[in-house]
Write a protein that binds this ligand. Structure first.
Ligand SMILES: *[C@@H]1O[C@H](CO)[C@@H](O)[C@H](O)[C@H]1NC(C)=O
Ligand SMILES: *[C@@H]1O[C@H](CO)[C@@H](O)[C@H](O)[C@H]1NC(C)=O
Length: 770
């Protein structure tokens, strides 16, 4: 939708809402959550109909009649999640929330959306692209027949990543389907559904082209193909990142649940509405998926019972489905991590040893490095340079032109030159479009002080490079020091084997966990930096309408790209160990993660200072080691219910989704929650805290001995120091007491590793005093 159209819609909506207010109370779109259904996993269509009928009766008792309830309700969650979504008056919603059968009522807010090389970097194949016999790919048979779902912007079904050549019959447990034949299923892409009633209920207009799961944006196709796409040789984006595009579990089946739609409210970041996400969870669980990959971020204040993602993921957990989610792109600020429920596997993003670089050469022999994925400038010597502030149109000003905003540049001044634009005000993509339309031969985007060194390799429509603040200052001082400044932008190159790598990507959201500080989040990092994967056929690399280029593959970055890497690995572990619980799978990946890089310790991308578990959680994923972790920190559904007890949820609330009466244990502290990381938040000087954990043998019988790197300023007491597992499946517990005498300890880090000399089961230790 064009900006002008959406603006008209907003104005219309405002008029609509205000005029409504005068006549009656404002109605809003709500989700009402009632817990779990009493019908079990083998429910029939009759059970589902009964559930919907009970929703109509329940809401009808508040609205006066069943007919009114049917009119107000736009979803009845009838399979696993018990609840409904409806347009209600605030007063009514408040009354419903007080009913004893109701867990929670919340506004239909929501969430937003936010390769070839990455698997080699993760050790699944060697430098020649050969998959060694010991690779998890071989051991797990490439994830054969595991079913991976993603909730995103849909799928481009024609992509070669989803061709079903060589695939056998669809697993018999699958109950899903493709809802609209314009997005057809095959034996690889076995599901494609769309959910837009919640979007519609907010006032959005749903056009006929939206009544299917087709991806017009690119995000959903990219993430789904990263998790479970086929190997596709000869992939590249405009010649960059040439190679074979690969999904993490290439023999897995995939299903797309389209829950994210174009923004329709100006300044409203929500794209994926709660009511739609709840329905997608309810159906995906019923359809029989094994892994759900969620590259979407909760976008509101957080309460477990008021988040569609947290609720949906809890029901997924009860059905043994692993939910993997992105940590968010709001780093490096602390306390920005999202999707933090302990039953979600939360993924931050790391950089790889690959980068897309370009250089500016000046006649002064100065050279500035930047990033680029743009076309090359013909090598015909130097080109004239002009600062956009000096290229302003007669009716504009240097202050507007400096950003290369639309309609601010004088073509005559820009023609044939390399134009230098400042970041900010408009998107970098638009700067490229404006520069090209003004006749520039190339463009340099320079950062202001705020953006500093954060530069982006981007496929602009003309030859272009993005440089940091310091380089920009030097470049401008050259331009201003001579009468005819000239320069050259070298063709971009793909730099490989860079050190240090991985680093924690600057944009990756950081802990501490701002809701439950006892649980470390994110859990893990995976590659999320310039990842090549499949693309929609409906959008250009720049997303500009004027850009007519189309590419079958595209390069994206973000924790959205890191998340499906982990989802793919989870699928492989499911294929290898079908009896492991979601918590056991997460534990295996966490306790075998690396905290060293290809030089020493994992650093932060932004300043190459040492990174901490608030950036990388347990570390950077090492798939081949996760196959055989030796021991796991397992968690049952009951453990998770106890977690909710410890978080202040009442027994009656918990009983509603425990499918029966539930009694909280008398003394259950979060320090006993069997998570693979060890956190003591707010430790007061002179006091101690004791964490209890239980390890389960999943490898071979043996004796494990502990090794602790104590956080500086913290003394510890571990009991016992040695754990003997006589056979597979045996569980052994230990208690770790942490104490400090320092009032201003700050945030300190260490780790605990259990080893039998072959396996190393490592947990981060985090202690904070504030
Ligand atoms: C559901 O059906 C499966 C297969 O028919 C059966 O093994 C299982 O026991 C049933 N579960 C319940 C709770 O009835
Ligand atoms: C299926 O998608 C097509 C193409 O976008 C659309 O025109 C049609 O209305 C959709 N069918 C249904 C039943 O929604």
């Amino acid at each position: 939708m064009s900006p002008s159209k959406s603006l008209i819609l907003v104005i219309f909506l405002i008029i609509f809402l205000t005029s409504q207010e005068q006549v009656s109370a404002i109605k809003k779109s709500y989700v009402v959550y009632l817990g779990a259904h009493s019908h079990g996993p083998n429910a029939t269509v009759d059970d589902f109909d009964r559930a919907t009928n009970s929703h109509h009766e329940f809401l009808g008792s508040f609205l006066g009649s069943k007919e009114d309830a049917k009119g107000a309700m736009f979803y009845s969650y009838q399979k696993h999640i018990n609840g409904f979504a409806a347009i209600l008056e605030e007063k009514v919603a408040a009354k419903i929330a007080k009913h004893p059968n109701v867990v929670s009522v919340f506004l239909n807010g929501g969430a937003k959306l936010q390769t070839t090389h990455s698997w080699k970097f993760l050790g699944l194949e060697d430098d020649n692209g050969v998959v060694p016999p010991e690779s998890i790919w071989n051991k797990a048979n490439f994830g054969q027949d595991v079913i991976i779902a993603n909730f995103d912007s849909g799928v481009w079904p024609e992509s070669r990543s989803f061709s079903d050549e060589g695939f056998g019959p669809i697993p018999s447990k699958w109950k899903g389907s493709c809802q609209n034949t314009t997005v057809p299923c095959n034996r690889k892409l076995i599901g494609a559904k769309y959910f837009n009633n919640g979007y519609l209920s907010m006032g959005a207009r749903v056009e006929p082209w939206m009544n299917n799961a087709r991806d017009h944006e690119g995000h959903g196709t990219h993430t789904l193909s990263t998790a479970g796409g086929n190997f596709v040789p000869g992939a590249n984006m405009l010649g960059f990142a040439e190679g074979t595009a690969k999904g993490g579990a290439p023999k897995a089946r995939v299903a797309s649940y389209k829950t994210c739609w174009p923004k329709f409210l100006f300044n409203n970041p929500v794209e994926c509405y709660d009511a739609d996400m709840m329905q997608a969870f309810d159906e995906a669980i019923h359809d029989g998926v094994d892994v759900i990959s969620l590259s979407v971020l909760e976008n509101k204040g957080f309460i477990y019972s008021q988040s569609a993602i947290a609720i949906g993921a809890f029901h997924a957990l009860m059905n043994n489905i692993v939910v993997v989610a992105a940590a968010g792109n709001e780093g490096p600020r602390p306390k920005t991590v999202k999707n933090i429920a302990p039953w979600i596997f939360t993924v931050g993003a790391s950089t790889m040893d690959r980068d897309f670089l370009s250089f500016i050469d000046l006649p002064t022999r100065q050279t500035f490095m930047g990033r680029s994925l743009s076309p090359s400038l013909p090598n015909k010597g130097y080109y004239p340079l002009i600062d956009a502030a000096q290229a302003y149109a007669p009716y504009s000003s240097p202050y507007e032109a400096i950003f290369c905003r639309r309609g601010t540049l004088d073509q005559q001044k820009v023609q044939g030159k390399i134009l230098v634009c400042l970041t900010g005000q408009n998107s970098n993509a638009e700067k490229g479009e404006v520069a090209a339309q003004a006749g520039a031969v190339g463009m340099i985007i320079r950062n202001d002080e705020y953006f500093g060194d954060i530069i982006d390799a981007f496929p602009h429509v003309l030859p272009a490079i993005h440089i940091g603040y310091n380089e920009g200052v030097l470049l401008l001082s050259y331009i201003n020091s001579v009468s005819d400044p000239v320069g050259y932008i070298r063709p971009p190159t793909t730099a490989m084997r860079l050190t240090p790598a991985p680093t924690v990507a600057t944009f990756s959201s950081r802990g501490p966990n701002w809701v439950t500080p006892e649980i470390l989040k994110p859990d893990i990092t995976a590659p999320g930096f310039y990842i090549l994967a499949s693309n929609t056929g409906d959008s250009s690399p720049t997303s500009l309408d004027s850009d007519k280029r189309r590419t079958s593959f595209t390069i994206m970055y973000g924790t959205s790209m890191a998340c499906p890497h982990v989802a793919g690995m989870v699928a492989l572990l499911k294929a290898l160990h079908p009896d492991w619980s979601p918590a056991a799978i997460r534990s295996a990946i966490m306790t075998t993660a690396q905290i060293g890089d290809n030089t020493m310790n994992i650093m932060r991308e932004m300043d190459l200072e040492r990174a901490t578990p608030f950036g990388f959680g347990a570390g950077h994923m090492v798939p081949n080691s996760a196959m055989d972790p030796g021991l796991v920190y397992d968690l049952t559904v009951t453990d998770h219910l106890n977690f909710l007890c410890a978080n202040g949820y009442s027994e009656s609330q918990i009983s509603l989704f425990a499918r029966g009466p539930y009694y909280c244990p008398e003394r259950f502290s979060l320090y006993k929650f069997n998570y693979p990381s060890l956190v003591a938040p707010n430790l007061i000087a002179g006091y101690s805290v004791t964490l209890t954990r239980t390890l389960k043998n999943v490898g071979s019988p043996g004796t494990y001995t502990a090794h602790i790197n104590s956080p500086p300023g913290v003394t510890f007491y571990l009991e016992p120091y040695r754990l003997t597992f006589e056979e597979i499946g045996v569980e052994r517990s230990f208690r770790l007491t942490l104490q400090t005498n320092y009032p201003n300890l700050g945030k300190v880090f260490g780790d605990l590793t259990w080893s039998d000399g072959y396996h190393y089961v490592r947990s981060p230790i985090v202690v904070t005093s504030d």
